[in-house]
Design a protein around this ligand. Structure first.
Ligand code: ADP
Ligand code: MG
Length: 591
């Protein structure tokens, strides 16, 4: 192969090349576009590899001069029989050294599916004959960021990657009957993903699809923070008192229902009755203390003195004596008289909200309530062990907005705690966690936002904890967002690999450029003009930063978008107003 030009200027961040002549430029035009690779000989049989950043032509006295600026990204080092690719700039060419276009055989060396680079996600977008493989372990053992504007192909990319993982190929479910040990949990905000795992026919795929109607998520699994964000309005002036009384009641009630758990705390995942807790607080709110000689305790209208509030206040709303200054009936209002009025009415409103049934009145198929011993069942359901599924989808589309954060927080924390405790048990036996889980956070800006709003404190905290510590316990994140600049920076700064699809928003482009390594700056200039399903893939799992064309998933996720113009051109459609309103009001099938 003959050279096309020679190095003029060389630095670790940029190499400038002059093309030999107009004829050479013309005949190699298609290989000299922005984003393509060039290789440069160093005189010792090694080559530097660089990505074309820009091309300039100048016409002086009727003769053309073409120069190319390229960013060095790695080197091919001769190893006797062939070449090894090494990232970075171990080889920096000097001026006059010859420059070549990247021939297919070199691309093959670089991207051949050898050993650890064994996870295919598509082809090079500049050269569709070359498969692009990721280092499977590096990719999935760390956190992954998938970003791109609406419609750029994020959901399709996620679906395709997950299909590869679980063995769904364009020909169907290849691993039917010989399921692998992959464990994926998806937070799906728009009911998109179930469609990507529905394989018709006999070789179907078992999916664990938890819609708001199938999901049973008992409130008593919540930790103190989640309970407080669910029930306590931190902006109210007496929120401190509310928290204190709520905590006292919850702990006492957990002890009451779980006598065998000796040290049940506010955070122990065991049953308590929220309605009994409301009774308790209501009694505290209305109690009257008998003040006659020898009393000094809450006193009921029938004269009974309450010896122990923790024993008496849960069962019912009690009727106390009326306060009185007369010696024969002396009694004074309790210390918290009237303090919790608003708190109680808020608790009652929550408890009667039918949309929150999945949290506040969860029930087993036989109608029984879940008890402490059912934690096992619940946990298995959350990670696909109830029906032996590789993929669990939490379809959050029906979860009311105001409890989305708490729901995400609770689920992700339980998955984290499971991974943590399972890892610790395994480590104690000198083994590794054998149930590593990938948690996919679709539309993450919705529940892990960068802004510090109190509303999302719970979910942000849980997911940030996974971002910081999850890897150690075999729990990795795939964070998907169309607004990366609005996602908590803690999350993206912990991602080791990025799949960046088309990004049109300037703030998001800049944000992503800031996260990517220096030598990808030329490639990231391409972000606004990428095609559908075309992505810049960067990180320690890819042999070098590359523009990759992802194939479409088969089947596809159900896209959230509507082809408005086509639908408008149909003949007049009648919506079913009755059903729409029914759904709107969340009427139940039986009601
Ligand atoms: N790899 C791909 N190749 C071709 N077209 C694609 C590809 N990925 C997505 N598309 C098209 O783009 C549309 C939007 O994709 P989607 O994944 O829903 O985008 P996003 O989640 O980023 O909003 C899809 O309906 C599909 O038609
Ligand atoms: Mg999407």
């Amino acid at each position: 192969m003959s050279s096309i030009g020679s190095v003029m200027i060389s630095s670790p961040s940029q190499i400038t090349v002059q093309i030999d002549s107009l004829e050479v430029f013309e005949s190699n035009k298609s290989d000299l576009q922005v984003g393509k690779y060039i290789k440069i000989e160093d005189g010792n049989h090694n080559f530097a590899i660089a990505i074309v950043k820009n091309i300039a032509g100048k016409n002086d006295d009727d003769s053309w001069v073409f120069t190319i600026d390229a960013t060095p990204i790695g080197a091919l080092i001769a190893n006797g029989s062939g070449f090894d690719f090494i990232k970075g700039t171990p080889v920096l060419p000097v001026p006059t050294e010859p420059v070549y276009i990247m021939d297919p055989s070199t691309l093959d060396i670089l991207f051949s599916n050898d050993g650890a680079f064994n996870f295919n996600i598509g082809t090079l977008s500049n050269n569709v004959a070359v498969n692009f493989n990721l280092h499977g372990n590096r990719f999935f053992s760390k956190h992954i960021g998938i970003v791109g504007s609406t419609g750029s192909g994020k959901s399709c990319a996620v679906s395709r990657i997950l299909q590869n993982v679980v063995g769904i190929t364009p020909d169907g479910y290849a691993l039917h009957g010989q399921q692998n040990n992959s464990h994926i949990v998806i937070f799906d905000l728009h009911s998109e993903y179930a469609a990507a795992f529905e394989i018709p026919g006999e070789r179907n795929f078992t999916l664990n699809n938890l819609t708001v109607d199938a999901l049973q998520l008992p409130y008593w699994l919540m930790n103190s923070e989640e309970l407080e964000s669910m029930f306590i309005e931190s902006s109210e002036s007496n929120s401190h008192n509310q928290m204190a009384i709520f905590k006292r009641a919850v702990i006492a009630n957990k002890k009451k229902h779980n006598p065998l758990l000796l040290d049940a705390t506010y955070d122990t995942p065991c049953y308590f009755s929220i309605s009994e807790v409301v009774n308790y607080i209501d009694n505290i709110d209305r109690e009257v203390i008998g003040r006659k000689e020898g009393e000094g305790k809450p006193k009921l209208v029938d004269g009974t003195l309450i010896e122990n509030q923790d024993e008496s206040y849960f069962e019912a709303r009690l009727t106390f004596v009326v306060s009185s200054a007369a010696a024969a009936t002396k009694a004074t209002n309790g210390p918290f008289h009237g303090e919790f009025n608003r708190f109680i009415s808020r608790l009652e409103t929550r408890l009667s909200d039918d949309r929150l049934r999945f949290l506040l009145k969860p029930a087993k198929p036989d109608g029984e309530r879940f008890g402490t011993n059912d934690f096992n069942l619940l946990l298995q359901q959350f990670i696909g062990y109830s029906n032996k599924s590789n993929v669990t989808i939490f379809d959050l589309s029906g979860v009311p907005f105001e409890v989305l954060s708490v729901t995400v927080s609770l689920l992700s924390r339980i998955i984290f705690d499971f991974s943590f405790h399972n890892s610790k048990l395994k480590h104690a036996d000198g083994e590794e966690n054998d149930v590593p889980i990938l948690l996919v956070c679709e539309e993450a800006h919705n529940y892990v936002p960068a802004s510090g709003s109190a509303m999302y404190r719970a979910s942000r905290k849980s997911i940030e904890r996974i971002a910081k510590e999850g890897r150690k316990y075999g729990l990795s994140l795939m964070v998907v967002s169309q607004r990366p600049s609005e996602v908590s920076p803690t999350i993206f700064s912990q991602c080791s690999n990025f799949i960046a699809l088309r990004l049109t928003n300037k703030a998001d482009q800049n944000y992503i450029k800031g996260l990517l390594p220096e030598n990808t700056s030329s490639a990231s200039e391409m972000l606004p003009s990428l095609g559908q399903g075309e992505a810049l893939v960067v990180g320690d799992a890819s042999i070098m930063p590359s523009l990759v064309q992802l194939p479409r998933p088969i089947p596809e996720p159900k896209s959230a978008s509507v082809d408005v113009h086509s639908v408008w051109n149909e003949s007049w459609n009648e919506p079913n107003f009755v059903n729409v309103i029914k759904r709107w009001r969340k009427e139940r099938a039986d009601g």
